[in-house]
Design a protein around this ligand. Structure first.
Ligand SMILES: *Cc1c(COP(=O)(O)O)cnc(C)c1O
Length: 828
């Protein structure tokens, strides 16, 4: 907590960060901003008032930062993403500003329970899974590292959905996160851009002009993202769709109320909900409109800011980097081309050179069914000028290839942006690669596979374009906020001085390696872990009425529910263990609590069925007295960042069991290891690098490698051959498929374990998975050895800080330099 110099040139009531001033500021906000008598205020109103008081502190940082960018003509990076899975903002802001203790004191003086007030905040509904959470960790690191940066996204009114479990099944309810009525984001009513759809392209010979048939207005809201250390804060600009002038007063006056608002409603649907990005989507057209809406408003804003600061559009690439988080915002490329050519009057080649320097793209998946393509017809109808530009980009690219002469027709049609084999579709991934100067994967193994599989052809054309940046997570949220006892433990053993602070320099965790064999330190860590397990056990008891034993091994798999992540394999292990305990009840079994959480995309039949299977298995096993609590199975509903913050610190073992070659990186694996849990995983995504850092004695790896999976596929995978030769497996498959866990409907899970011939090879990895699980049991029994492994995991996670990822991006992809202490107006 340092007193900073005020915004210069004006005299105002400066928001000082001491408990006394904070207390008064909170009461002031209650009375004068919210108009509420503090005597009557609800907990929620106290939260709102406190957030306004906290926002004052970060607003000054934000304005100072912005001024420093302008005064020093800083090159900026813009991060475009359809999702930002931010989690709660309040405590994060307090910790990053260094004022948590002062706010706590202020609430004590007000006679309020601070923790209860903080619990009032709901997570923003702005993201779905790992991709969105990555964007959120990156925003935290960008601000912490003082990088001149800004995020752009959509302000979804209803988020994705709130998950409830009814009779074991997922039910989707609207996520009314904006109804919580917190005045946290700054509305920017002066930042409005018109976003067009449809209409015609008029050809004037030397130039073209697009006249949209429909226009939607994009309004900006800024969420301020404070960096750790309280010096820099960057904006995340979120767009809302407004129909503006579409309200038809004539209809309304005639008494036709529904016509008066119909067009308005349909346009405003654009920012209504987030579609989960990992299923066969319904509402394709709306999704495409959303993507263009995000991109058009953001690129217009970026161009306007550049012209305001530098007055020459031709220098755009010198001052600006735009990053595309997956293919969803790739229309930014033709949108910038359109603006440069149609509006700014640049020639094609000049515009294209600017684009290729400005854009970079992160690939997040190798699964071809998840790579976005759009029907040419649909794109032509909604975005006729952009389709034109895409055709032209493609023509230039293919002509250049043909001119080289060494690529045959087959090759040329494979790399064409237009896929002619599936009813003419625009391949967004291809457009991204062609229009970017750098393309990165998100873990070493993923980046290698990327250039050997989906982008193998492009790697021949642009070998220097492809690179890797392994994902990371922010230690501020994933240790400091999520795990206060571990935070205290690390501060005690590593020191908290500015140079030592592990929050900023996560590599300093390696010093723990000297302590991992110290019995006293191990015991101390045992207490840290126990506290987190007790906290989670209480949550489970309160929310679900299930009691779990905090001394049992907590075995946790939390992530979106998807066949490739193989939650079903986890269930197969549980069922096999159940069978073995019944067979041999007197053996010395290690009690385990299996914990699941995760949402299934609403249109994803099989994923929803897997949720139901988990709950059916839980019902049978949890209620079987013969099991005597040796197994407990818990599915915690409505997985979110806030839930992850309670669950992750409590893990002993975390399940990262995707089929090798399918998980690009994963980031929950990093969060778990950072909190002292041991990995049970395949050689997939970032598990490979975690293994490299912590060593094979402290990490359980099982199953086939990417090469083995491939070889099995080439030979013709036969799941039956595994089932026939393994009687345990045979029994598990029979039980699940024939109603042991759904006696009222024996066929319920007849289709779950081997759809499309067991595409994700559960049967092939079953035996190795089971055997490895029993090794982990034996290890866990030796408490000292297990705690040592947990500590070794923490000690070697420094590499997986999102600060390291962002430093990589800045150096290798964006060519961006942080604000120096000199450039930042003094903070004394
Ligand atoms: C970290 C995180 C994810 C990503 O989890 P993976 O296991 O890497 O897929 C998804 N959702 C939330 C809420 C997270 O915090």
């Amino acid at each position: 907590m340092t007193q900073k110099s005020p915004i210069s040139g004006f005299d105002y009531v400066i928001p000082k960060p001491d408990a006394e001033t904070i207390r008064k500021s909170i009461v002031y906000k209650m009375i004068f901003i919210l108009g509420v008598d503090p005597k009557d205020a609800t907990e929620h109103q106290w939260l709102n008032a406190a957030m306004l008081a906290a926002r004052d502190l970060i607003a000054e940082d934000f304005l100072r930062t912005r001024r420093a960018h302008i005064d020093n003509s800083k090159r900026m990076v813009y991060y475009l993403s359809m999702e930002f899975l931010l989690g709660r903002a309040f405590v994060n802001a307090l910790i990053n500003e260094g004022v948590y203790a002062e706010f706590e004191k202020a609430f004590k003086a007000l006679g309020k329970e601070f923790a209860d007030v903080c619990e009032q905040e709901e997570d923003p509904g702005l993201g779905n899974g790992g991709l969105g959470r990555l964007a959120a960790c990156f925003l935290d690191s960008l601000a912490t590292l003082r990088i001149p940066a800004m995020g752009y996204g959509i302000r979804y009114q209803y988020g994705m959905f709130k998950q409830e479990i009814v009779d074991g099944q997922q039910v989707e309810k609207p996520d009314l996160w904006l109804d919580q009525d917190l005045s946290w984001q700054f509305a920017r009513p002066n930042k409005q851009y018109s976003v067009g759809f449809g209409g015609q392209v008029i050809n004037f010979g030397d130039r073209k002009e697009w006249t949209p048939g429909e226009e939607v207005s994009a309004w900006a809201y800024d969420e301020i993202i404070p960096g750790y250390g309280g010096e820099v804060a960057n904006p995340l600009r979120l767009w809302t769709a407004h129909a503006g002038n579409l309200f038809d007063l004539a209809d309304f006056n005639r008494g036709d109320y529904s016509s008066a608002v119909r067009a308005q409603n349909s346009d405003e649907n654009i920012s209504r909900v987030l579609y989960p990005n990992d299923s066969t989507d319904s509402g394709k057209e709306l999704r495409l409109k959303q993507e263009y809406f995000l991109v058009s408003a953001s690129v217009q804003d970026i161009v306007a800011r550049h012209k305001c600061r530098f007055s020459d559009i031709r220098t755009l690439a010198d001052e600006v980097a735009i990053h595309l988080n997956d293919t969803h915002p790739v229309l930014a490329i033709p949108e910038l081309m359109r603006i440069l050519i149609d509006e700014e009057g640049l020639a094609w080649t000049e515009a294209w050179n600017i684009c290729c320097k400005v854009f970079s793209y992160t690939n997040h998946t190798l699964m071809s069914e998840a790579l976005e393509t759009w029907p040419v017809d649909l794109m032509g109808r909604l975005l006729p000028r952009h389709l034109d530009i895409i055709f032209e980009i493609n023509a230039y690219f293919l002509n250049a290839l043909r001119a080289i002469g060494s690529f045959d027709d087959d090759f040329v049609s494979r790399v064409s942006i237009i896929d002619e084999t599936h009813g003419r579709r625009v391949r967004m991934g291809w457009l991204a690669v062609i229009g970017s100067h750098k393309v990165n994967g998100v873990a070493k193994i993923h980046s290698d596979l990327m250039v050997n599989t989906i982008f193998a052809d492009f790697a021949k054309v642009f070998p220097e374009r492809f690179t890797n940046v392994t994902n990371g997570v922010t230690p501020r949220r994933w240790i400091n906020i999520a795990n206060p006892p571990l935070t205290a433990f690390l501060d005690k053993h590593l020191g908290k001085g500015k140079k030592n602070d592990w929050r900023m320099h996560l590599d300093n965790l390696t010093k723990l390696n000297e302590l991992v064999d110290d019995a006293a330190v191990q015991t101390e860590f045992g207490e840290v872990k126990k506290a987190a397990k007790v906290r989670l056990a209480k949550y489970i008891e309160t929310e679900l009425g299930i009691s779990v034993n905090p001394d049992a091994l907590f075995d946790i798999q939390i992530k979106r529910i998807h066949e490739y992540k193989r939650q079903a394999l986890n269930v197969m292990h549980i069922v096999d263990r159940y069978n073995k305990i019944l067979e041999n009840p007197d053996a010395d079994w290690q009690p385990r609590v299996f914990i699941f959480a995760g949402k299934a995309a609403s249109a994803y039949y099989m994923a929803k069925k897997i949720i139901r299977l988990i709950n059916d298995v839980a019902k049978v096993i949890n209620n079987d007295e013969r099991i005597r609590d040796l197994i407990k199975v818990v599915f915690i509903p409505n997985y979110s960042v806030s839930l992850a913050q309670i669950i992750i610190p409590a893990a002993d073992l975390h399940e990262q069991i995707s089929l090798a070659g399918t998980e690009a990186s994963g980031t929950s694996n990093m969060k778990f290891a950072l909190n002292g849990a041991v990995c049970m995983g395949t050689l997939d995504g970032a598990n490979v690098e975690i293994l490299e850092k912590v060593g094979a004695e402290h990490c359980y790896i099982f199953g086939n490698t990417v090469e083995q999976v491939e070889a099995i596929r080439r030979k013709g995978y036969d799941p039956m051959s595994y089932i026939e030769k393994d009687s345990d497996l045979r029994r598990v498959v029979n039980q699940i498929s024939h109603g042991t866990f759904s006696p009222e409907e024996p066929n319920r899970y007849g289709d779950v374990l081997q759809p499309y011939g067991d595409f994700y090879q559960l049967m092939a990895d079953f035996r190795s998975y089971i055997d490895t699980q029993y090794k982990a049991d034996a290890h866990y029994r030796d408490a000292a050895a297990w705690r040592k492994s947990a500590l070794v995991n923490i000690a070697n996670m420094g590499f997986f800080s999102s600060d390291r990822s962002i430093a990589d991006y800045c150096r290798d992809i964006w060519y961006i330099k942080p604000l120096t202490a000199k450039e930042l107006p003094s903070s004394n």
